[in-house]
Design a protein around this ligand. Structure first.
Ligand code: 5AD
Ligand code: SF4
Length: 440
């Protein structure tokens, strides 16, 4: 490994996949002698790993870029690079709006980042690499992870579902999967390094396919290869969330009983317009099987408010479905039109105030449901994996249950990485509170 004494400062925006990709970029760069710094003023290279999922995610990056202009002015040799989905989607606009950006690299071209940087330093030419690949999985690259007790393991990339609102199939390209053997090797290595929990990541993990072996085969293989490690995964598409997958989850004690299953809408008509490929009935069937096989399973979802043509009745159907599903949590968004997607050609005809009002109603209802579920957990005992000192107070530690509930307990000399039995004694809609309790 070389040491070129160059320091890289990275900011990552958007989904977990981007955070995992940043670890890959840092790995590629560290092979060329680059070191990461968390002090932007010390950096030779500034990278933003960006998100395009909604318009405000992109707006945020353009604002950030305006600020970074000053860092370029202070040191004109400093390289400023845009990675990720915006690099893929908006390369022309980025150069127009922020001509000081030197480097633009899409999600499938991260191996080229070091050479592109060298070339910029030698020639002063901008480095642009935005080809999407049908095969790149970065299978052979060991991500450079920050210290901690949990880790992301990316298992597949891209998405072929083409939901009509979503830009991901355009920015991240076609689905492709890593090899099961390479994933289990990585999990074993992480366990040996002291990692206690891995999350298997993909835009749509249920489409995982390694020579005919599907995602439940992968989950089984990982669960067997690291029997003392907690295993999570995200994100699943309800269309191909099979009974076999749910049965595999139920079978293994080290597979967390938590599933993030984005529904997007409770209206049959809107689901069709979204090309989600399932009906409300089929969705609930999957959810009910999960609840039956794994009583108490943690459930979360994604919901979009104000998709084109959404009526008040459609919106009410979403609220009704939320009541029926009884999610522990929901990630909720106002519809944002994205160029190139099919929905972009539909009129964005739900006025902004109505979108926002519906979104508020969804958020409020979810808060009520989450609070009800969490309060019901008071006086129960949960096994909690402690992750960090609480952000709010150094006297407390934060951890999560197998069902993905955040739990706060007094620190009392506990260390991150410990599994602790906790008696829950209080709850709000987002967090459980409790004390360690010794039981056998
Ligand atoms: N507008 C609003 N929300 C969106 N999502 C994806 N595309 C859009 C869009 N154009 C949401 C979906 C998806 C989550 C990751 O982001 O709910 O599941
Ligand atoms: Fe986007 Fe749909 Fe693919 Fe998820 S499944 S990344 S929402 S196109």
């Amino acid at each position: 490994m070389k040491d070129n004494n160059k320091k890289v400062y990275v900011e990552t925006y958007g989904c977990q996949m981007n955070f995992s990709d940043t670890e890959i970029v840092m790995s590629v760069l560290s092979d060329y002698g680059y070191n990461e710094t968390d002090r932007i003023e010390d950096s030779d290279v500034i990278l933003l790993n960006t998100c395009s999922i909604r318009e405000n995610a992109e707006r945020k990056i353009f604002n950030r870029l305006e600020h970074l202009r000053n860092y370029k002015k202070k040191n004109s040799n400093r390289i400023i690079g845009i990675l990720g989905c915006m690099a893929e989607r908006l390369r022309v606009e980025i150069i127009e709006k922020a001509d000081f950006v030197d480097l633009i690299v899409g999600p499938d071209e991260y191996r080229k980042v070091p050479q592109l940087i060298e070339n910029i330093l030698e020639t002063g030419e901008k480095g642009i690499a935005v080809k999407l690949s049908k095969i790149e999985t970065y299978d052979d690259i060991t991500p450079v992870r920050k210290e901690g007790i949990t880790a992301w393991v990316s298992v597949m990339r891209g998405c072929d579902k083409f939901c009509t609102f979503c830009v991901v199939p355009f920015t991240r390209g076609r689905e492709r999967s890593r090899k099961i053997g390479s994933i289990t090797d990585e999990a074993k290595k992480l366990f040996d390094e002291g990692i206690k929990e891995v999350t298997l990541l993909g835009q749509n993990v249920n489409s995982f396919n390694d020579g005919g072996r599907d995602f439940s085969d992968l989950l089984r293989a990982v669960a067997i290869s690291v029997p003392y490690m907690r295993i999570r995964y995200m994100t699943s598409h309800p269309y191909d969330c099979s009974p076999k997958l749910l049965e595999t989850m139920a079978e293994f004690g080290n597979v967390c009983k938590y599933i993030h299953l984005p529904v997007q809408s409770g209206s049959e008509r809107i689901l069709k317009l979204m090309n989600r490929l399932y009906s409300v009935g089929q969705y609930l069937k999957v959810l009910n099987l999960a609840k039956k096989l794994m009583p108490g399973i943690g459930l979360s979802t994604d919901i979009i408010a104000g998709f084109p043509t959404e009526t008040e009745d459609d919106h009410k159907l979403t609220l009704k479905l939320m009541e029926e599903a009884e999610y522990d949590g929901a990630y909720t968004f106002a519809y944002s039109p994205r160029e190139n997607t099919k929905a972009y050609n539909m009129e964005d005809n739900v006025p902004e105030e109505i979108k926002q009002r519906r979104l508020e109603e969804i958020i409020t209802l979810q808060r009520i449901i989450s609070l009800r579920i969490n309060r019901n957990l008071i006086d129960s005992t949960k096994m909690v994996l402690l992750e960090n000192i609480s952000k709010k107070s150094p006297e407390f530690m934060m951890g999560r249950t197998d069902c993905n509930k955040t739990v706060i307990i007094p620190r009392n000399g506990h260390k991150a990485g410990a599994f602790v039995n906790v008696r829950i004694n209080n709850a709000n809609s987002a967090t459980l509170f409790g004390d360690e309790c010794l039981i056998n």
